[in-house]
Ligand binder design. Structure first.
Ligand SMILES: [Zn+2]
Length: 395
């Protein structure tokens, strides 16, 4: 099973994708769906995708969500046979552009190497910066073609995945891997109706997620678990486990749902002390859970700590977690002296597998009241047991 989940991870994190140009990821999902009779694929008017078990009708499903885009260039027009004007969609600092190697993605696996020659700031009414890309040999590019950074295909070395686009295709791979396992499990009492929502255009302000809230593709009472990769910090190291993200730079998430997901993680850890997970507020960016919450849904987030966020390797060492010993994780800093450059994004494979495991367990038990009493009931039980302590009021 793990080999299959790694195959999904390796395939997806290497797909060229860009905000508004997520077609290759959509193709992958369509192929995956076609091979499974038990899955329905729905599409809203904005091109967001919803996967569900055939015939599922719950008004209160659990929805794993991930986005299909990654920061990249989109061709505006060809300037001459060896130069192309392209828009950059996503958050990458200006200093990473000029001189960096890129690849113009044509049909199939075909591509042409190029280099960023110039970068222009956005001029109103345009919202995105534009770059002139130069090619050594003549190319034919069409408006809308994707240009990605020129990075090696995804590879796994010593338990770490280095890939062009972990954000958010690793989250998407985890959602699909867990959904697939849950589809095979016979529906049991307490098992949730789990669906997968895949959104477009997250990197410029979760436009697809906002559209999904408006299009009616998400049942109003759904509980959304947004899956992300999120910039790792010293106190949220790579390899210390998936993160129950209580909030982001902008907002904090639904306390009830976040609590329940944390309880699921804690139950796995009680059974298997080798299971690592973290509970953090990740302030490195704003994620779709904030949009879902603001638009009236119940949402929380699970994320994977990410190195070289948005392909920006600024030369500061990534922080990795050592093996868990006596219940405490030991952070180990590995020095990687280099200057700022475009680089592969990095996640830990064990974090990925633990995220899939957490999602599977969440799907199986989140609606199981006996397994997961809400916090309020736990407090009431505690009060009933200990209220005697308050009997003496003569203080
Ligand atoms: Zn991102």
């Amino acid at each position: 099973m793990q080999a299959r989940h790694e195959k999904y991870l390796l395939e997806l994190t290497g797909l060229p994708t860009a905000t508004g140009r997520e077609g290759r990821v959509v193709d992958w999902i369509e192929r995956w769906t076609r091979r499974r009779r038990s899955v329905e694929l729905h599409r809203d008017r904005y091109g967001n995708l919803m996967l569900k078990r055939v015939g599922s009708r719950s008004r209160k499903p659990i929805v794993f969500t991930a986005h299909m885009d990654h920061p990249a260039f989109v061709v505006v027009e060809q300037i001459d046979s060896k130069q192309v004007l392209a828009e950059f969609r996503g958050g990458v600092q200006d200093r990473y552009f000029v001189g960096s190697r890129v690849r113009l993605r044509l049909g199939g696996a075909e591509s042409r190497p190029g280099r960023v020659l110039r970068l222009d700031a956005p001029v109103k009414p345009r919202l995105d910066k534009r770059a002139v890309i130069g090619f050594a040999r003549p190319v034919t590019a069409n408006a809308g073609d994707v240009i990605t950074w020129d990075l090696a295909p995804p590879k796994i070395v010593r338990g770490l995945l280095s890939a062009p686009a972990c954000d958010d295709l690793a989250g998407l791979a985890a959602a699909i891997a867990a959904f697939e396992v849950l589809l095979k499990a016979a529906p049991r009492p307490g098992a949730a109706d789990v669906r997968v929502l895949l959104t477009r255009a997250e990197e410029v302000g979760f436009i697809g997620a906002i559209g999904a809230c408006k299009s009616g593709i998400i049942p109003k009472a759904a509980r959304l678990i947004a899956l992300e990769t999120s910039k790792s910090f010293a106190d949220s190291p790579i390899g210390a486990g998936p993160i129950v993200r209580v909030g982001d730079r902008t907002a904090s998430f639904d306390p009830g749902l976040t609590y329940c997901v944390g309880q699921v993680a804690q139950r796995i850890e009680q059974r298997d002390p080798g299971f690592n997970w973290q509970r953090k507020l990740m302030p490195g960016g704003t994620c779709e859970a904030t949009a879902y919450q603001a638009l009236g849904y119940t949402a929380t987030c699970l994320c994977l700590p990410l190195g070289n966020y948005h392909n920006m390797n600024d030369g500061t060492p990534m922080v990795f977690a050592g093996a868990k010993r006596s219940g405490r994780s030991k952070a180990v800093a590995r020095a990687r002296p280099c200057k700022a450059k475009i680089d592969a994004e990095v996640i830990s494979l064990s974090d990925y597998h633990a995220l899939v495991r957490l999602l599977i367990e969440a799907g199986k038990t989140l609606d199981h009241k006996a397994h997961l009493p809400p916090l309020r009931r736990q407090l009431d039980t505690l009060f009933a047991r200990r209220r005697g302590l308050l009997a003496d009021t003569s203080l």
